[in-house]
Design a protein around this ligand. Structure first.
Ligand SMILES: O=P(O)(O)OC[C@H]1O[C@](O)(CO)[C@@H](O)[C@@H]1O
Length: 402
């Protein structure tokens, strides 16, 4: 082992410590901030946020009728909630919905538009600048994030609704708490049909997945831990087979970077199929696997070779209604997923498959996000990282703060 214990607070080891994953006491010790627990609260976040949002009067949002466009402004996890609204709204959505990830809002946004400013901490400069600009330009504004913060004050200043989301640091542990009010704002505007039963079923699924991934459950029966082991020392490629699965793929890219500090290629299979699929032929793909004895014990593998690991997020569960509305029929997406799986297998590149389950779009999204969220944390823990505190993120904030 070559542990790092630098002044910057960087710790961890290059090797994977398998024994750690099945040692609940050690997992607890190495996760002092409680990232596993915070992630297991996803179902509770859905219920809590739905209740808190119900207490906020959003009627003013819809008073002026359908907006020209809806911009969700924020960064990181906050911006992912915009992708969630966009994908749940689907291609039939009557107005453009877009996530805006840099400071402020696009130049064209004006009084005919709605801006949803999202920040878990209630103080990201990007969300604050967006709320300020929206207020000044007379756009309808709704702000979502931690109560009693700068964002809250800005919403009050512009007499805009503010939906409080209790702070759970870091933001990535609050995905569901933030996403629900964004969806409810979207519902108020007539963009999404999500209902209370969808929230309840999504919460129940998140609870069930958290239970299957709990830290006391051993790797061979714990999908979060076994996916972490699949990914160990690999370069993960995460591709989704539908717009909804693509959001889950990108989310996995986020959590792999922050919790496990693994680089990942993540996105849409449709686009990947036109170029990035070439990775399977490359140094980390087919070339790394050439000559591998497929019957050999995986634990005897040469760990110095860096290999790709393909994670396919498949979403074949579209209802006839959604299928008809989707730009690309799901049968094409499914064919593509089959094809890429075959390409990987022909080259000896290993594949992990996660298939969406559930009735509503939101529940299917949850079924593709929950286990990967846990896998990213277990992977970080197996390298001795504190999944919650990311020294590079803190240093970056210090270096760029005025
Ligand atoms: O939601 P917030 O608090 O505005 O933070 C935005 C993003 O900034 C980070 O804290 C990183 O700087 C992310 O973890 C987070 O998603």
């Amino acid at each position: 082992m070559n542990p790092l214990e630098g002044t910057a607070g960087v710790r961890g080891h290059r090797e994977i410590d398998l024994s750690l994953l099945d040692d609940a006491a050690a997992l607890e010790r190495n996760d002092p901030g409680g990232m596993l627990r915070a992630t297991a609260s996803a179902g509770a976040q859905v219920r809590e946020s739905a209740a808190l949002a119900a207490e906020t009067d959003l009627s003013a949002l819809a008073d002026e009728g359908r907006p020209r466009a809806v911009v969700i402004a924020g960064v990181g996890t906050a911006a992912r909630t915009g992708d969630i609204l966009e994908t749940v709204a689907g291609p039939r959505c009557p107005v453009p919905v877009l996530a805006h990830r840099s400071a402020g809002i696009p130049g064209w946004v004006g009084a005919a538009d709605v801006v949803i400013a999202v920040s878990a901490s209630g103080r990201s400069p990007e969300a604050l600048a967006a709320a300020e600009a929206a207020g000044r330009r007379g756009a309808r504004l709704v702000a979502i994030g931690a109560p009693d913060t700068q964002l809250h004050a800005l919403a009050d200043r512009f007499r805009a609704p503010f939906i409080p989301v209790p702070r759970r640091a870091p933001a990535r542990a609050s995905l569901w708490g933030l996403a629900v009010p964004v969806l409810l704002a979207g519902r108020q505007l007539g963009l999404v049909k999500v209902n209370e039963a969808d929230f309840a079923e999504t919460a129940a699924r998140l609870d069930a997945d958290a239970d299957r991934c709990r830290m006391t459950l051993e790797s061979f029966v714990n999908p979060g831990k076994s996916l972490a082991l699949d990914l160990a020392l690999s370069v993960p490629i995460v591709w989704g087979s539908s717009p909804l699965a693509n959001v889950a793929a990108r989310r996995f890219g986020d959590t792999l970077a922050a919790n496990a500090r693994y680089p990942a290629v993540a996105g849409a299979l449709g686009e990947a199929g036109r170029g990035r699929v070439g990775l399977l032929d490359g140094v980390y793909g087919g070339l790394a696997e050439a000559g591998r004895d497929i019957f050999a014990d995986p634990s005897d593998e040469d760990e110095s070779v860096t290999r790709l690991r393909l994670v396919l997020l498949r979403d074949g569960g579209l209802s006839a209604d959604e299928e008809e509305a989707d730009g690309e029929p799901s049968v094409v997406e499914e064919k593509r997923a089959e094809a890429v799986q075959q390409l990987a297998e022909r080259r000896g590149v290993r594949v992990s498959l996660i298939t969406a389950e559930g009735g509503s779009a939101l529940e299917r999204l949850a079924s593709l996000v929950a286990v990967p969220d846990f896998a990213s944390i277990y992977l970080g823990l197996a390298h001795g990282f504190d999944p919650m505190a990311v020294p590079a993120v803190s240093e970056m904030k210090e270096l760029v703060s005025p």
